[in-house]
Design a protein around this ligand. Structure first.
Ligand SMILES: Cc1cc2nc3c(=O)[nH]c(=O)nc-3n(C[C@H](O)[C@H](O)[C@H](O)COP(=O)(O)OP(=O)(O)OC[C@H]3O[C@@H](n4cnc5c(N)ncnc54)[C@H](O)[C@@H]3O)c2cc1C
Length: 343
């Protein structure tokens, strides 16, 4: 029988950022990753401190951005790469009113660090009212991040490429097959709804589709364009365009109407021909109060949950992984807004 400090269940941002905490603190752990691509791997990886509908910001945006840079440089030490892509979000304005609103908001104390009051004009895309740049925004190189992190976990014997079977888990003896463990952290995204220990967690799946497209005319590679959805280049000559939002849709298939919505959204500002190469979808684990869910099981105190990252998997995943780690290891209280006990 082997023993480990931690089992992590999951392979998205929640699991991987929590794994980083364990690597940094030299803990033994094993991560079980299911076969399906996680929503995190489908995501655009946008890191954006502004809400681009109403031009506002959100809870602890600056702290989260700063902390992400800190973590990414720690990860760089062992993977040799920094996955932050410095290609700021350029919000394409619909009309003059939006420009005026942006300028007004850019003077607010909490938005000044994020909304650049100097507008830009780009070739190829339609932007008659120019674009507003979100300062400090960018992207995570999602595919390289997961590829390298999984390689690292594999080569350090942390990775078990199989779905954890809840029926085989013994919560009293803290055993899974021939593996004894001290603590188990469930980072399953929407699949938590199938987890008998945490199935009551109020996660609302929000389905998102994206396209990978081949553009006939090149666009500026140093920007992440946003009108209805985000458009940016990938390494293989394709571009990512997405994602859609569809609450409470749990069917695991491509929805034609979502593909149509994406095509129409892209046509609005990309005037040249494009070809769709692939369509993918995933489920954001969202919560009604828009706060993550961290905490422990009421009956099995070494069973933990890390979920509810919503539409901000990168920022929330990294920031709150540390909160959960400090709670487990040092008894540091969780923020009441994120504590599972709030429900
Ligand atoms: C189209 C789209 C675009 C998005 N764009 C962005 C963006 O630009 N920026 C951003 O920050 N966020 C974005 N998101 C949101 C982000 O993807 C989510 O917040 C994030 O994926 C949630 O991460 P997670 O780790 O909680 O869950 P997931 O990524 O869903 O990962 C959970 C994993 O756990 C595995 N699992 C479940 N049960 C088991 C088990 N029993 N055993 C083993 N493994 C198990 C699942 O297979 C899955 O791989 C986007 C999401 C979508 C769908």
């Amino acid at each position: 029988m082997k023993n480990t400090d931690y089992i992590i269940v999951g392979s998205g941002f929640a699991a991987i950022f929590f794994a980083h905490r364990l690597i940094k603190n030299k803990k033994n752990f094993v991560l079980f990753s299911g076969e399906e691509k996680s929503a995190s791997q489908i995501s655009a990886g946008i890191i954006n401190p502004a809400v681009l509908k109403k031009f506002t910001t959100f809870w602890m945006a600056q702290e989260q951005i700063d902390f992400l840079h800190k973590t990414l440089s720690e990860i760089e030490v062992y993977t040799g790469k920094n996955y932050f892509v410095s290609a700021p979000v350029q919000r394409i304005f619909h009309d003059e009113n939006e420009q005026k609103l942006w300028l007004k908001k850019s003077e607010d104390t909490d938005l000044k660090p994020f909304l650049n009051p100097e507008f830009k004009k780009y070739d190829v895309i339609k932007n008659p009212f120019k674009t507003g740049e979100v300062m400090q925004s960018g992207r995570l190189d999602v595919s390289a991040f997961f590829e390298d992190m999984f390689d690292y976990l594999k080569s350090h014997h942390h990775l078990v490429e199989e779905k954890l079977n809840y029926e085989t888990l013994n919560p009293i003896e803290k055993k899974y097959k021939n593996l004894g463990f001290n603590k188990i952290v469930f980072c399953e995204g929407m699949a938590v709804l199938d987890n008998p220990y945490f199935s009551e967690t109020p996660i609302v799946p929000n389905k998102g589709h994206h396209l990978k497209v081949k553009l006939s005319e090149k666009i500026d590679e140093n920007a992440t364009f946003k009108k209805k959805h985000f458009l940016f280049p990938l390494k293989n000559g394709l571009h990512y365009y997405g994602g859609t939002y569809d609450v409470d849709q749990t069917q695991k298939n491509i929805d034609d109407y979502a593909v149509q919505e994406l095509k129409d959204g892209l046509l609005e500002f990309y005037p040249d021909d494009f070809e769709i190469e692939t369509v993918e979808f995933g489920f954001r684990p969202t919560v009604k109060d828009r706060r993550p869910i961290l905490g422990k099981h009421p009956e099995f105190p070494d069973f933990y949950i890390f979920n509810g990252l919503g539409a901000r998997g990168v920022l929330n995943g990294n920031y709150f992984a540390k909160h959960l780690f400090d709670f487990i290891e040092f008894g540091k209280p969780l923020l009441p807004e994120t504590d599972l006990c709030r429900f």
